[in-house]
Design a protein around this ligand. Sequence first.
Ligand code: HEC
Length: 198
Amino acid sequence: MKPSPLWASEPFWKKVAIWVTSGSFIVLITLTFHSMSEVVAGSQRVPAYSVINQKIDYRFDNTKNRFQPVIGDEQPLFGKKLSETEAEALVALGKKTTQAKNCMNCHTILGNGAYYAPDLTKAWLDPGWIDEANREAQMLTFLKDPPNHARTFGSGRRMPQLDITDEEAHGVVAFLKWMSTIDTNGFPHNFKTLTAQE
Ligand code: HEC
């Protein structure tokens, strides 16, 4: 009987299976560590929490052909410069508040959530907060009593009273400011600031 060719022999496929499995394993582990270093706060795309001490702009990048957050000069949130640890605690409180109050039931945050209400990923930069210097104060007032401080989106939809405490509202504003600095490859794509170029 003719011996079976190499590609049809069992030992050959056993070796192939071992090599392919180990190769994929190494690739996946490498990619996992690479992704972790890209998404952690303090990386190039996701700035450290203390970025809330800076002015944030959103400009069109002609080379990348998309909008890009631009971190500017010092402009501490609520007029008080925070350390990295303090900033992290405030942003964490805001994030937990958005989870506890289920903001994603109506809004979208970094691609997750609903489209009943405006996308919150870049809400900090929303042209609707007209008074640049007073942006955080306007946001606090709105968050603590949305029905009586309705924004003008023309949709007729109103955000309900969610009984957010003053402390939680400060956290949410910090979370929104920090989130707006994340380089999301221009997502959400239709978002524009007042001063943005077309
Ligand atoms: C029941 C739906 C609903 C929930 C839940 C909800 N919102 Fe809203 N939100 C809205 C609607 C509708 C608007 C637009 C309101 C307007 O024009 O007055 C809005 C507007 C906003 C805005 C202004 C957005 C912008 O781009 O200027 C912010 C900020 C905001 N919501 C934050 C939150 C946060 C934070 C939570 C959770 C703590 C939350 N919302 C939960 C419905 C909701």
